[in-house]
Design a protein around this ligand. Structure first.
Ligand code: SF4
Length: 545
């Protein structure tokens, strides 16, 4: 990077931020803020308890389990066991889309419903198991679903309701409905992340491997950690179909019970959001012999890269040739669109504080627009998401996360089938395919960029003052606070109700949306005209003819 393009040194900013905290808090937060040097192996503190009162972006374990992983599945009734708030606030607020065409063909879709046991005082005092069993029966009688998932909220663990026992009994009683529970009480772990892990475990235990039918297609993959926000998954489906690659199951955008049940028949798992689904990738590899690769479909170039990885993996010249044809067909309109947007976006600065994967993935899209990411961080990433999986053996699970179950998975005696030899996987890894690996966000970020885990409100304000970014990416809670400071905020959870942003078509949508945000004149009108003449107070007026 040339001297004039170097990012400003944020050491002074870091000191200023920390100076405001009591010493103990400052020590803790200091470890969560790293001035990046991509050449070094730096350590960041992450996945630790949030400091009370700091105004975090984080959510809870229930949100990670029900809201993120199981929420997008359209034909499993997601029954929330708890008082009404948890279910109400998670009702259609994540924009994981589902496919109406498939419903016409006979599938069910419960996306528009909010199922809750609506616990009352007497359920807290006398227990809620009876009410839960009744609610499962009622859901079954009305909808006849293939499966019902029961999600525990905070009080459930405290009063000792056994959602697993009730689920087992009801599964036996109903006969043709798979009922399973999740101990995803909101207070477990330190963020949504614990909920992802719990969801992975229970899906693996109760659903994966139930259907051994051999897929008819030749190239069979699963797409893991893609939740079809704003139709991202649909765009990836379109591209895969065009290339002739069959996605058995997407975890879990537009997914169904049957797709999960058959997913262990795939020959390759492609991992988008490493944080939320790496457990599933590992468990399927151990039990069934399916290798996994990290991919990113956010950004046109990274989409092309991901497709080429799949071609390399299957070692099939016809498939590779088809992939190249598709890339060649898709790229011209992408290039044309980005060239138009770059007239506005070139040289601008972005900051990204999102979830557990997008703060990394979207840097690709921004760099296609000529926008540099000066600062980024995750709400609930772990060290491996920042520093790469090489640090996994050194991560110590602390007291706050120790109660999250690690399930012991072994080779399936009859169904384990290594899809590729060790030598082949090693050779692919050497070509940079990230086989069963993820290199993390930090090596991809610029020198002197500032990385902040679990950013607080105070830190957000100081960072904005310091960097004066042209665009800030985060979620709904941050949006209006940031915009009040005169900086546009792009929501990268809900996409501000637009999208898709994945794949080639998604990249074009994103270029257009960012170009629009940066061109809007509203940001220049924030200061009243008489206040922009600070040293020269005056009243401005114009003649009207
Ligand atoms: S923290 Fe508890 S009460 Fe709040 S949404 Fe999560 S499960 Fe519900």
């Amino acid at each position: 990077m040339s001297e004039e393009k170097k990012l400003p040194d944020p050491s002074g900013l870091k000191e200023e931020i920390l100076a405001k905290y009591p010493p103990k808090i400052a020590r803790k937060r200091s470890k969560a803020m790293v001035i990046n040097d991509p050449e070094l192996d730096q350590q960041i503190q992450s996945n630790v308890r949030t400091i009370p009162g700091i105004i975090t972006q984080r959510g809870c374990t229930y949100a990670g389990c029900k809201g993120v992983v199981l929420g997008p599945t359209r034909d499993i009734v997601n029954l929330v066991h708890g008082p009404i708030g948890c279910s109400f606030y998670a009702w259609l607020t994540r924009r994981n889309q589902t496919d109406a065409d498939e419903i016409v063909e006979g599938g069910a879709n419960y996306m528009t419903y909010s199922f809750s046991t609506d616990m009352q005082d007497d359920n807290i005092v006398f227990g809620g198991e009876k009410k839960l069993a009744q609610a499962i029966q009622e859901a079954y009688d009305i909808f006849k679903p293939k499966a019902i998932g029961v999600f525990s909220t905070c009080p459930v663990g405290l009063i000792g309701d056994d959602v697993h026992a009730v689920s087992r009994q009801m599964k036996e009683k109903l006969g043709d409905c798979n009922v399973f529970g999740f101990s995803c009480e909101g207070y477990k772990g330190v963020s949504q992340s614990a909920g992802h892990h719990i969801a992975n475990n229970q899906l693996f235990r109760h659903v994966i491997g139930l259907d051994d039918s051999q897929p008819e297609h030749k190239y069979n993959v699963n797409l893991l950690g893609e939740y079809n926000i704003g139709g991202d998954g649909f765009e990836i489906d379109r591209i895969f179909k065009k290339c002739g690659i069959n996605i058995i199951c997407t975890f879990s955008g537009n997914s169904t019970m049957d797709k999960f049940a058959n997913s262990h028949m795939a020959d390759l798992n492609l991992v988008m959001c490493h944080r939320s689904i790496n457990y599933m990738a590992e468990m399927q590899e151990t039990k069934f012999g399916i290798p996994w690769m990290k991919v990113n479909f956010i950004g046109a170039e990274s989409t092309a890269k991901a497709l080429r990885k799949v071609g390399e993996y299957f070692e099939d010249e016809a498939l590779k040739a088809r992939i190249e044809e598709v890339i060649a067909e898709e790229m011209p309109s992408v290039k044309e669109r980005v060239a138009k947007a770059r007239k506005v976006t070139e040289g601008k600065l972005a900051m990204l504080f999102v979830g557990g994967s997008r703060a990394h993935h979207y840097q690709e899209l921004f760099s296609e627009l000529g926008i540099k990411t000066v600062s980024a961080g995750y709400e609930f990433g772990h060290r491996d998401d920042y520093e790469g999986r090489k640090v996994l053996p050194t991560i110590k699970v602390d007291a706050d996360s120790r109660n999250i179950e690690e399930i012991k998975v072994e080779k399936d005696e009859t169904r384990y089938k290594p899809r590729a030899s060790e030598e082949k996987l090693k050779a692919l890894d050497e070509k940079g395919l990230e086989v069963s690996d993820y290199r993390g966000m930090m090596p991809d970020m610029a020198d002197q960029s500032l990385i902040v885990d679990d950013i607080s409100h105070w830190e957000t304000e100081k960072l904005i003052d310091f960097y004066k970014p042209d665009i800030f990416c985060a979620g709904i809670k941050e949006k209006y606070v940031v915009q009040k400071s005169g900086i546009p905020l792009k929501q990268l959870h809900s996409y501000d109700y637009g999208g898709p942003y994945a794949g080639f078509e998604g990249a074009k949508n994103f270029y257009a949306d960012i170009e629009k945000i940066l061109s809007t004149s509203i940001w220049k009108k924030i200061k009243a005209p008489w206040l922009s003449h600070e040293n020269d107070p005056c009243i401005c007026a114009e003649y009207v003819a």
